[in-house]
Design a protein around this ligand. Structure first.
Ligand SMILES: *Cc1c(COP(=O)(O)O)cnc(C)c1O
Length: 360
């Protein structure tokens, strides 16, 4: 035996650990709610469950590696050629493949900050350098500053629209102006994990932008609006060289048959699912108006969560929420992200917010 341990890459030292939203602890005598991970509060539709569970009898077999049925369904649903689609183990899995396909040692990946916490992790794992561009005062992507940050080492730029954790979205004109400034050999990834919750007509559909621009890739997921977070399935729409790179770098058999079947069944039940999204959007409006009425200055959210800029009081607020039975997601020193959940959960959040503001 020697006292040596396996040599790990130095880049791992600088990697922050992904912090999942905390689960709500079961407590005797009351319901607690998890508003910390932007999940959909509704369980899967009965039809989706039935069709999906049929796959259980074949768990001794590997899934369809090419995701044939899901790919065909996506191609048809979104009106894009089959060779422009790639699936993956959640859109985070695809985002990681995109970074690995474009950036390595010495290359740069630009994204806004604060934004989705997976970006710095997957950038560093690839050995690339993260370039974090602060959000504007209003917690929106500063696209001019992001364009100014481009160098000849830039390989990929993430635009999270709407942005996690602030809920803010960039609009068509400013996004197009930005895209015009990005060199054609730099990949722009429009992460649209919350696309189905967008109601501002000025916020573009990334698929319209991708059609005219070979360096734009759109990321979508079944984890949020479609309510399949537990199954790990997402997809990208990109032009053939990028989509082919994604298929090459994906973990073989990464998307389980259960996930593939559930995604297909969800696309086929889309009307019903998107009706639920409509209810959550109504709840979002109610929460945003409620908070504004209490005197909070909350940025408009186009996603299924709201952002409370609490600065130094962030942790105190999160603790007050927990006492009341709701788990939110604190970013210490910055703010709290609270998912729009069940009506009772949103009521509790509003009550805590009101008590907190009035110092009770
Ligand atoms: C939740 C989320 C995703 C989706 O992740 P999955 O891996 O598909 O579950 C992607 N991007 C952002 C910004 C998110 O908030």
């Amino acid at each position: 035996m020697t006292d040596k341990t396996p040599k790990l890459r130095d880049v791992l030292d600088g990697i922050p650990t992904y912090k999942p939203g905390r689960p709500a602890a079961a407590e005797a005598g009351r319901t607690t709610y998890k508003l910390s991970s932007n999940e959909n509060p509704y369980p899967p539709l009965p039809g989706v469950m039935e069709q999906t569970l049929a796959a259980a009898g074949n768990f001794n077999r590997y899934p369809d590696m090419a995701c044939t049925e899901l790919m065909a369904e996506l191609s048809e649903r979104f009106g894009v050629p089959l060779d422009h689609v790639a699936t993956g183990t959640g859109s985070v899995g695809i985002a990681q493949s995109l970074v690995q396909s474009t950036a390595g040692e010495g290359d740069e990946v630009i994204y806004a900050w604060r934004s989705f916490e997976a970006y710095p992790i997957i950038t560093r794992i690839a050995g690339a350098q993260p370039v974090q561009v602060p959000l504007t005062e209003g917690d929106v992507h500063d696209l001019d500053a992001m364009a100014d940050a481009i160098t000849d080492r830039t390989r990929l730029i993430f635009v999270c629209n709407p942005n996690n954790p602030t809920g803010t979205a960039v609009r068509r004109a400013e996004l197009e102006r930005f895209l015009d400034r990005v060199p054609s050999d730099v990949l722009i990834v429009l992460d649209e994990a919350y696309k189905e919750f967008v109601r501002d007509p000025e916020v573009p559909d990334g698929l319209d932008l991708y059609r005219q621009r070979p360096n734009v890739c759109v990321l979508r997921t079944f984890s949020k609006a479609y309510g399949l977070a537990g199954l790990r399935v997402g997809f990208a729409v990109a032009h053939p060289p990028v989509a082919a790179a994604l298929r090459k770098t994906a973990v073989p058999f990464g998307v389980s048959q259960l996930a593939q079947d559930a995604a297909v069944a969800s696309l086929r039940s889309e009307d019903e699912l998107l009706g639920r999204v409509g209810s959550l959007v109504c709840e979002r409006k109610r929460v945003l108006e409620g908070l504004a009425g209490q005197g909070w200055n909350i940025p408009d959210s186009q996603a299924n969560f709201v952002w409370l800029r609490l600065g130094e009081r962030t942790v105190d607020f999160a603790e007050a929420c927990e006492k009341a039975g709701v788990i939110v997601r604190p970013f210490p020193g910055e703010g709290v992200r609270a998912t729009i959940g069940e009506t009772e959960a949103n009521d509790l959040l509003l009550r805590v917010a009101e008590e907190f503001r009035s110092g009770r």
